[in-house]
Design a protein around this ligand. Sequence first.
Ligand code: COA
Length: 374
Amino acid sequence: MSPYAHIAGWGMYAPAKVLSNQDLERMVDTSDEWIRSRTGIAERRIAGEKESTSTMAVEAARRALARAHLSPRQLDAIIVATISPDYLTPATACLVQAALGADRAAAFDVSAGCSGFVYALHLAHIGIAAGEWRSVLIIGAETLSRFVNWEDRATCVLFGDGAGALVLVASDQPGGVLACVLGADGSGAELLSIPAGGSRMPASPETLSQRAHTIQMDGRAVYRFATHIIPEAVEQVMRKAGLPLSAVDMIIPHQANIRIIEAARKKLRLPEEAFYINLYRYGNTSGASIPIALCEVAEHELINDGSVVVLVGFGAGLTWGAAAVRWGVPLPQPARPWHQRVLYLGRALLGRLPAFLRKLLYRLWHILPSQRDG
Ligand code: COA
């Protein structure tokens, strides 16, 4: 029998700095009224100078691992969904792996726009169901503030930074991830992109002066796509899970725009309370928006053991994806005594030591080429 992939831990991180609509009024020709009425967003978080996608991902991951009572060394794979990685290469997941000391884990990124987290969840699910992995950490993390043109009022008001993580574990208990559907339509690739900085348009003084390294978007076209794809993906994934739409307890949509979510909700004929919405406080955090919302739902106990939750994303690519999950933590979660918590912390810190020493060794290797070659 194939193992089931259960969510055993969750964690999120939002940077401390808040950028409100009033702050934006002082930066571009916009108003709090316009932003709220067209998007629903009131404020968003902005990463601090020393923060990046990997540092926020690590914070969220640590919280998810602690909740799952799992040490980083037990992880088989780390998947980071992001469109704002620390580097073009290496993958942000590798930076997370080293920072956590998860030295048994494979690590790679997924680039699927704002659907990236659902793509990552599907990969974790099939890796576990195939018996290949027992414990997988998936993270959605973004620092979109570094890819936004702060002079373009049509886009800069929409995006924010943050990270959310889940730990999935194999279990023989039925439940966990029930079904996933993924899709893409590359003919819409130009509707939402960062044109420069890749091999097609390498960085140059011209690309910099044209702001071609920032997010370019046809907002209306993306809006139309989103309002039809959310209901379609939700219906498809519930069919695949073998459940009627009425069995859904909570839908956690990608948090892009309140009007998009509202239009999708009406098409699905579901009540308002069936959708969790937190975009007022975070804006669109792309790959991080679904896991951040899921963390809040779990933290506030808005779902119970046995609840059916649907995660649904859409975004650049164009891509979309939905996952149906039966909530319920499969492992016993006893409150651990203090000495075990100290031991856990010690192990987590010690776990980072090998990666640190290897990093040191690589640096020495680089400094001493003559001895090496000789
Ligand atoms: N403040 C004030 N006015 C603004 C503005 C802002 N921040 N941004 C745009 N406008 C203006 C436009 O210039 C336009 O003015 P005009 O009529 O004089 O030309 C007017 O508002 C209407 O622009 P429009 O683009 O038609 O607005 P809209 O109702 O479609 O809303 C979005 C714009 C971006 C909010 C909406 O299209 C949207 O949410 N699209 C989906 C985007 C998305 O979710 N992307 C991420 C997907 S993962």
